[in-house]
Ligand binder design. Structure first.
Ligand code: FDP
Length: 323
């Protein structure tokens, strides 16, 4: 029989010095994700696909399900009593929840990743970086600007052919599947490691002409070596590559030289998970987890997946003799 998420988290984290309270945070994420996946699956019938008519802080059109997901998660995380503040893709400023000593975690989240796939029945998900609040000072936006390597845990969920939640701490990466018969997450993928063999590469090939010459060279090598798989939802592409072996790239392009993806709630959590699973993540210039964030909604190029392939790709990208 599969262990439940509650059994796993209670036995692994409750009362431990490093992770005490994490079980409440992850349980709140599971609660929010359960609501989101149900809403996503019923969205067309509920008339809940489409836009709200608003534009978010990124300048992107807000979908009805983006707003629902953000509210469901802020609500669940606020009620768990362990989270001091939340940085949210959908909100310009952070949401401060509480300053008491038990509010010891900081969460950065993308409540619904892969917006353009929402209304076409393609996998989407949610992404979370989790940091410890280190002092008792009042929490502000600046408190949330911590390096990725300081994360204590990271989580993502995928709403695909099944609903999965992957949870990484500094010890391990564990995969849980939502059992539709009773709404309980069960440990189906214990101690996840990225397979040694890289099987595919994932990039928006339509951007090829807008890449610099070094990056084009790197992509050409990947193209000649591996199969292409690109869902267009970061979380789904990452999940497949974690299970099967693969590299995902969203480099800087002519249109977005600083990259498209967000450092704090996309790149950092997935980089943490990738490293814990034996993989690597780079901006092309430095390790993602070493980047000093300057602002909540900062963007970064992202190259993530099998360590040897990420390293070789970054080397080719930066090899002046090849440009
Ligand atoms: P989306 O624009 O659909 O919200 O986070 C943004 C993201 O999706 C990622 O999930 C995805 O990997 C990427 O952007 C897709 O961008 P392109 O459409 O430019 O390929």
């Amino acid at each position: 029989m599969f262990q439940t998420l509650a059994e796993f988290s209670t036995s692994s984290w409750k009362g431990s010095e490093e992770y005490d309270g994490l079980e409440a945070v992850v349980s709140a994420i599971a609660e929010g994700a359960t609501l989101i996946q149900a809403k996503v699956r019923a969205a067309v019938l509920d008339n809940a696909v489409g836009t709200t008519g608003e534009t978010n802080v990124q300048g992107e059109i807000v979908q009805i399900l983006d707003t629902f997901s953000s509210k469901a998660l802020v609500n669940a995380l606020s009620q768990c009593r362990r989270v001091a503040a939340i940085g949210d893709e959908e909100e310009e400023q952070s949401t401060v929840i509480g300053d008491s000593p038990t509010h010891q975690y900081l969460v950065q989240m993308d409540p619904l990743d892969g917006s353009s796939n929402i209304d076409v029945a393609v996998s989407i998900g949610s992404i979370f970086g989790i940091w410890k609040r280190e002092d008792s000072a009042k929490v502000t936006d600046a408190t949330l600007l911590k390096k990725g390597r300081e994360q204590v845990a990271a989580v993502y969920t995928v709403y695909g052919s099944c609903t999965m939640m992957v949870v990484a701490t500094r010890e391990s990466v564990q995969g849980f599947t939502l059992d539709p018969t009773d709404g309980i997450f069960r440990l189906t993928n214990p101690d996840m490691r990225i397979p040694a063999k890289n099987s595919c590469y994932s990039i928006n090939e339509g951007n090829f002409k807008g890449l610099d010459v070094g990056t084009q060279k790197a992509v050409e090598e990947l193209r000649n070596t591996y199969s292409l798989r690109y869902v267009g939802s970061l979380v789904a592409d990452f999940h497949r590559n974690l299970l099967k072996g693969g590299i995902f790239l969203y480099p800087g392009t002519e249109k977005s030289p600083g990259g498209k993806l967000r450092l704090m709630y996309e790149a950092n959590p997935l980089a943490f998970i990738a490293e814990q699973a034996g993989g690597a993540a780079s901006s092309g210039k430095e390790r993602i987890l070493d980047i000093q964030p300057q602002k909540l909604h900062q963007r970064t190029p992202l190259i993530i997946g099998n360590k040897d392939v990420v390293e070789r790709t970054v080397t080719i990208m930066n090899d002046a003799s090849m440009t």
